[in-house]
Design a protein around this ligand. Structure first.
Ligand code: PMP
Length: 427
């Protein structure tokens, strides 16, 4: 049994010693003290089925033994020196990661978070092209630093500081978007934006293929292909933010962008790459990387032996345990069951996504698509009481994000759907 500090005391200390911008889930936030694969345990020993994976970060499973072992063994031997000396772990990890990339995406930069990865990607795009304007999608989340906040396009996260030379185009959201799934019309809006809102040349375009924080929105089919063409003609490079959608989570492909049949010029990663370790990466082509050689690009902890050993172990686990196929299998079962649930409950306006990257959107009126904010909040609490943790997303908080550790089983999926059904029946 847990003998540590009780949740109430932690909350009080958080309020005193940590910044007031922190937020938490649930009226009475959970004090999670242990994790094992797809399960979490609170201070009272209550078990929860984790369908949010620490915000889509725990890819292999909480405390996966292979990853823990790699981290512990490396920690005992050598924790840190920086890249001023040689170490095998960083090159082994970089080589393994590069082998997962299509095209000429072969040069890896290691950083410590998704925000850092996107900062670096944006800098590369600007240096390489000599242009300043960046194009991002509305409803995007790309980070919370003073530069990436400009890329992020949800007012809830944007502090009122200069946002940089960044243009936000319509997000091609098949459910809520003005043009539905019509990728051609959304792409035309990008061209209009370049023509009328930028100097005509742009540094780059960045997008999540599956908008995560924005509420599990899969971009309209064919969109990236059209937009990549437009952006490249305007002198820009194309950046895929794979912080949430990478590493096989979507089931059909290893990378989210592959679902749209494109190859980006720069790919950014974090979260699932480390199964919980502070780790991020930028992968690009030798040609683009070359532009960075005019100065030193240094990151003290980037590619440190411990995170490299852990990250390499993650890649091996995902391969050995065939997690991509598993995500496809379990995901298709889960989405099928959720769609049946949608037929039963009016309040479910949309069920979407692929693999273990799903969203359930609640509305009070299916025609008007009025966000069912209050109802979603009640269901969210009820699900937790029933022992199931999901994520919340979308600007109205009316989307449940189901993105569990990739070891999630069909039985877990059934339990989640049954719990949701039960919670909704009692509304
Ligand atoms: N990109 C995406 C798509 C994200 O979801 C996030 C985090 N939610 C980030 C970037 C930023 O990552 P980090 O919090 O590790 O800086």
């Amino acid at each position: 049994p847990y003998k540590g500090m009780p949740g109430e005391e932690i909350l009080q200390k958080r309020k005193t010693f940590l910044g007031p911008s922190l937020f938490y889930y649930y009226q009475k936030p959970l004090n999670i003290v242990e994790g094992k694969m797809q399960y979490l345990y609170d201070e009272n020993g209550k078990r929860y089925l984790d369908a949010f994976a620490g915000i889509v970060t725990v890819s292999c499973g909480h405390c996966h033994p292979d990853v823990v072992n790699a981290v512990v063994e490396q920690t005992k031997l050598l924790q840190h020196t920086t890249t001023i000396y040689l170490h095998h772990a960083i090159v082994e990890f970089a080589e393994a990661l590069a082998s997962k990339m299509p095209g000429n995406l072969k040069v890896v930069y290691f950083v410590n978070s998704g925000t850092e990865a996107n900062e670096l990607a944006m800098m590369m795009a600007r240096l390489y092209t000599g242009n300043l304007s960046m194009i991002a999608l509305r409803n995007a989340y790309h980070g919370g630093s003073s530069a990436t906040i400009g890329l992020t396009a949800l007012h809830t996260w944007k502090y009122p500081i200069p946002q940089g030379e960044i243009h936000h185009v319509m997000n091609p959201d098949p459910y809520r978007g003005t043009f539905g799934s019509d990728a051609v019309r959304y792409a035309k809006e990008v061209q209009d934006h370049i023509n009328y809102g930028s100097p005509g040349n742009v540094a780059g375009f960045i997008a999540e293929t599956f908008q995560g924080v924005g509420g599990a929105v899969e971009l309209a089919p064919g969109y990236l292909k059209l937009v990549f063409d437009i952006v490249r003609k305007a002198g820009g490079v194309c950046i895929a933010d794979e912080v949430q959608s990478g590493f096989g989570r979507t089931g059909s492909h290893y990378w989210g962008f592959e679902t749209q049949g494109v190859i980006p010029d720069i790919v950014t990663m974090a979260k699932g790459i480390g199964n919980g370790l502070p780790l991020g990466a930028v992968v690009t082509t030798p040609e683009i990387a070359q532009v960075m050689s005019q100065k030193i690009q240094f990151n003290t902890f980037g590619g440190n032996p411990v995170c490299s050993a852990g990250g390499h172990a993650v890649l091996k686990v995902l391969d050995n345990e065939k997690r991509q196929t598993h995500c496809a299998d379990v995901g298709s079962h889960l989405i099928e069951r959720l769609k049946i649930l949608q037929q039963k409950h009016e309040i479910i306006g949309d069920v979407r996504g692929r693999g273990l990257m799903l969203g359930v959107e609640f509305v009070t009126d299916r025609k008007e698509k009025t966000p069912a904010k209050a109802e979603a909040a009640i269901l969210f609490e009820k699900l937790k009481d029933l022992g199931v943790l999901v994520g919340k997303g979308g600007i109205h908080g009316n989307v449940f994000r189901i993105k569990p550790p990739m070891c999630f089983t069909k039985e877990d999926a059934d339990f989640l759907v049954d719990a949701l059904d039960y919670a909704m029946a009692g509304m």
